[in-house]
Design a protein around this ligand. Structure first.
Ligand SMILES: CC(C)(COP(=O)(O)OP(=O)(O)OC[C@H]1O[C@@H](n2cnc3c(N)ncnc32)[C@H](O)[C@@H]1OP(=O)(O)O)[C@@H](O)C(=O)NCCC(=O)NCCS
Length: 145
């Protein structure tokens, strides 16, 4: 884990835990996934960024993928009262720096994400562009054994 500061805020790398993830998720999106699912997800995330005001988590973002071909940005959240202060921008830049540091030199790498229409202008600021592909999703129910 490493740490840097942004004004009074602390930025942490690879420290985001499942409990913090759930807290932030529920602050904007309602009921979060289970602790067990979230712990597994944190353990298998390539790179996690979290932002703290003192000991309060106020922002998170994570990058999943395979390092070689595919990088995918997930779960970018800033607490409502901390939005519009540059935290989201800082986190996206950190995720893109991770690609810069880990991608195969001399190659072009697709970094993807899924965004609601009202968030597209935020991502366009970093160069993301929507294409004609549509997101297909199946919420697969894993049966109890
Ligand atoms: C989207 C989100 C992460 C942006 O974070 P933020 O910390 O408020 O963003 P920043 O303050 O870093 O904004 C950076 C720039 O994007 C702009 N911006 C932020 N949200 C925007 C939006 N929804 N539409 C257009 N521009 C936006 C800011 O005005 C700023 O512009 P500037 O560079 O011209 O000054 C935040 O609003 C959020 O957490 N929303 C709820 C969760 C969510 O929907 N996440 C996205 C999932 S796809």
């Amino acid at each position: 884990m490493n740490e840097e500061t942004m004004g009074n805020l602390t930025i942490r790398h690879n420290a985001l835990c499942a409990e913090e993830f759930i807290l932030l998720w529920e602050s904007v999106w309602g009921k979060a996934p289970s602790l067990e699912q979230t712990r597994l997800a944190m353990a298998h995330t390539l790179f996690r960024v979290s932002v703290f005001d003192g000991d309060r988590i106020v922002g998170m973002a994570r990058m999943i993928g395979d390092l070689g071909l595919d990088y995918y940005i997930k779960d970018v959240i800033v607490l409502p009262e901390y939005q519009e202060r540059g935290i989201g921008r800082h986190m996206i830049r950190e995720l893109l720096r991770f690609v810069e540091e880990n991608g195969v030199p001399g190659t072009n790498i697709a970094v993807e994400l899924c965004a609601m229409p009202d968030k597209i202008p935020f991502y366009e600021k970093f160069g993301f562009r929507a294409n004609e592909a549509q997101r297909l999703r199946l919420m697969y129910e894993v049966k109890e054994s």
